[in-house]
Design a protein around this ligand. Sequence first.
Ligand SMILES: Cc1cc2nc3c(=O)[nH]c(=O)nc-3n(C[C@H](O)[C@H](O)[C@H](O)COP(=O)(O)OP(=O)(O)OC[C@H]3O[C@@H](n4cnc5c(N)ncnc54)[C@H](O)[C@@H]3O)c2cc1C
Length: 409
Amino acid sequence: MGHHQVLIVGGGAAGITVAARLKRARPGLDVAILEPATEHYYQPGWTLVGGGVFSLEQTRRLEADLIPAGVTWIREAVAGFDPDHNSVSTSAGQTLRYDALVVATGMTLNWAAIKGLPEALGKGGVCSNYAKEFAPYTWECIQHFKGGNAVFTCPPMPIKCPGAPQKIAYLADDAIKRDPAVAAKSKVIYATATPGIFGIPVYAAPLREVVARKGIDARYSHTLTEVRPASKEAVFQVAKEGEEPREEVISYELLHVTPPMTAPPVVAQSPLAAASGFVEVDKHTLQHVRYANVFSSGDVSGMPNSKTAAAVRGQAPVLVTNLLAQLDGGQGDGSYNGYSCCPLITGYGKTIMAEFNYDAQPEPSFPLDPTQERWSMWLMKTVVLPWLYWNRMLKGGDHEKRFIPGLDR
Ligand SMILES: Cc1cc2nc3c(=O)[nH]c(=O)nc-3n(C[C@H](O)[C@H](O)[C@H](O)COP(=O)(O)OP(=O)(O)OC[C@H]3O[C@@H](n4cnc5c(N)ncnc54)[C@H](O)[C@@H]3O)c2cc1C
């Protein structure tokens, strides 16, 4: 039976970042990562893959090159959690014990929850930036679009990067308008299960203006339930407050789907889960509410923050402080304020850098009005943030939650 001082389950954005920071803080610490995948992708880049700005290859790295020096990589999946005995079981039948556990498995995409979707995806104009297999096809669909409805869907929350379903709609709208003849016979429809355009009021206001300026047909409280590829129809359940629920069928030539998401079943069915299925940690300390030596970061953690890689930048230093204190028999003073950031691409060359906290208040990194569309923030999204991710965040760098060290208020 193996044992590690710190066992991290999941070697994605959160798992690698936490491991790197732990090793920087305590080089002698025995840290292991349980991760079956041999490749890691910069998922925030997939919007740009779908928009024809990045190649998929630009978003890919070998997992082996990202595991921090001195960290043990166990190339297996977790198969079960037994926090009462400080152990997990693995897909290969091992039992691993730990002094402290970090759960960072990310979310599960539930394509099959939408009738007809698994069969329809990747052909006939049905695409999604939410999987590496299909993001390049989004750009193909946009390039070959010759008119009709281009429909972009967003499922009920929580999802990772709640802005991503609409970002690709804005890029597609720009691309379609490059050819006035195609634009004249096209309609861009954004059909979202949410009651509004974005959950943070201060950023929702400029987004509503973007939608109006572009002439996008935004339909709220629309949940995609079925795709009918033979007739190119998308079926929605419409549930608006104060109205009888009804079904609406929208025909499409291009359908970009964001699937519903949940915690992975192995987490949701474990003693670590809250009723939501996500890991039940305190929203400030990131420490489990029942198992003091268990922590969580990233999409699988049960805090009410917006699930992004940027949120991990805010969480990782807090988690590491509190985990190390816990290992030492004390209580850390790290506190996470819900920081998250969604670079809201509103077209080619334009981005609203939406940074905010648990209180839905803006947390701008720059001394600029964060609600404005800016070329400089497009450069942040397309050049600076990917660089920071690979070279700072995953290396446990010190820029912490802010983009630029020293600009912390
Ligand atoms: C299209 C798209 C656009 C996005 N845009 C942005 C953006 O602009 N800005 C932003 O900040 N974020 C964005 N995100 C969100 C961001 O990518 C995620 O929030 C981030 O990757 C979360 O990190 P994580 O470590 O929790 O999950 P992941 O990075 O997904 O890593 C989870 C890891 O756990 C592993 N794992 C899963 N199950 C098991 C198991 N049973 N055992 C062991 N390991 C397991 C997986 O293989 C994976 O390596 C976007 C995501 C998508 C898909």
